[in-house]
Design a protein around this ligand. Sequence first.
Ligand SMILES: Nc1ncnc2c1ncn2[C@@H]1O[C@H](COP(=O)(O)OP(=O)(O)OP(=O)(O)O)[C@@H](O)[C@H]1O
Length: 233
Amino acid sequence: MLLELRDLHTVIGRHHILQGVSFGVPRGEVTVLLGRNGAGKSTTLRSIMGLSPVVRGEVRFEGEAIQFLPTHVIARKGIGYVPEDMGLFGDLTVEENLKLAMGKEDPPAAERLAWILGLFSDLKMYWRRKSGDLSGGQKQMLSIARAFVQNRSLLLIDEPSKGLSPIMVGKMVEGIREIKERTTILLVEQNFSMARAVGDRFVILDGGRCVHSGPMEELKRDKELQRRFLGIA
Ligand SMILES: Nc1ncnc2c1ncn2[C@@H]1O[C@H](COP(=O)(O)OP(=O)(O)OP(=O)(O)O)[C@@H](O)[C@H]1O
């Protein structure tokens, strides 16, 4: 396992939000985190990044416990995070956002940038446009591209399909399928058609607990599980 969560508890204010989340993310695969609104999916990603306060349990990345490290140290260990609000610098152009992420322009970073621009080619058309002026789908592509050029071995992506048109969702599916050839991904996704198109494994959260997990093929077959936890008839 590249990442392992063991009995993770997160408390925000007086709210005990994660109440013992345990699952593993195998290297080289896409694991999709599913569940109803408020199930704890975003909080799980934030807890992994050290942005929500973990009070008990462990997050192990490449075998090392990281749950009490500060966020910037966790990022440097090789975990990239694309939050729901995408965290872009709206006043900076597409180019500036990506160059900032690259740090120094060494050949591997330049190669990653060229590769991701080939994949999300829209970004080249808007190269000098401020990222704040992009559409939702373009912003989403930019924020994923930015995390990718940083060469993380694990990407956490929160709802990349949110608010996107079906065409954009299709592009996102293609993009994530290509990126997964190079990087392990843990994805929060409410859109089940996207989840099933890109996911190798699934984890369902409910009420801050992990209630089911397994190969995506299993969930595709299990209509009852889909109905109970995903609201799909
Ligand atoms: N900062 C906070 N303060 C208080 N409660 C919070 C906070 N952040 C999250 N919560 C609560 O924790 C629960 C889980 O939230 P979370 O955002 O992780 O769910 P989610 O599964 O990602 O749902 P959604 O799909 O709606 O974003 C919710 O009940 C939410 O209201």
